[in-house]
Design a protein around this ligand. Structure first.
Ligand SMILES: [Zn+2]
Length: 179
């Protein structure tokens, strides 16, 4: 009888282990699968990257390459994060550098995810005179990828609006951080 109890207990533990493992697996797969081909991706390494576009083209999806490396703009109201308010952190989809915190995100009618504040060590700014406009381009400080633009029509407390392309952002929910 004692042995039977042990066997039943072991079986229950095994079932629990399998179920726990299965519930974790899709999350890890989803977070990591986009970056399996990307040896430069890291959410902890802050070392600046100097990777050629020839190399990035082999690593990134065509859509991400077009926006991040050729400064294309995704269509408004089409990105994954323009209408999205979960709590968590936003990282560069190219290299994993931390860019924004969800508390700095606000509902904007422009059709792209908008933030009023960036991680000071996450982004750099460049003058952009393309398309007959004077704008300030926002790039990733670690990999120099194009992320979007920043405008001076944002809400308080900063008054600025970081207008980002969803495809350049990797969102990690607070409860599911994996480092
Ligand atoms: Zn980056």
């Amino acid at each position: 009888m004692y042995q039977m109890k042990n066997i039943i207990l072991s079986l229950l533990l095994a079932i629990c282990f399998v179920q726990c493992h299965q519930s974790l697996k899709p999350m890890n797969d989803r977070v990591e699968s986009n970056h399996l081909k990307n040896p430069y991706y890291s959410r902890t390494d802050k070392t600046r990257l100097n990777v050629s576009n020839t190399e990035w083209k082999k690593i990134l999806s065509p859509d991400l390459y077009a926006v991040a490396r050729e400064a294309a703009t995704e269509m408004p109201f089409t990105g994954q994060y323009y209408d999205f308010d979960q709590k968590g952190e936003y990282y560069c989809a190219v290299c994993g550098n931390h860019l924004f915190r969800s508390e700095a995100k606000f509902a904007s009618s422009c059709g792209w995810p908008s933030f009023f504040e960036a991680d000071g060590r996450g982004v750099v700014y460049k003058r952009d005179s393309s398309h007959g406009m004077e704008r300030v381009e926002v790039c990733c400080q670690r990999c120099d990828s194009h992320l979007g633009h920043v405008f001076d029509d944002g809400p308080l407390p900063t008054g600025v609006r970081y207008c980002m392309n969803s495809i350049c952002l990797d969102f990690v929910p607070d409860a599911k951080k994996t480092f």
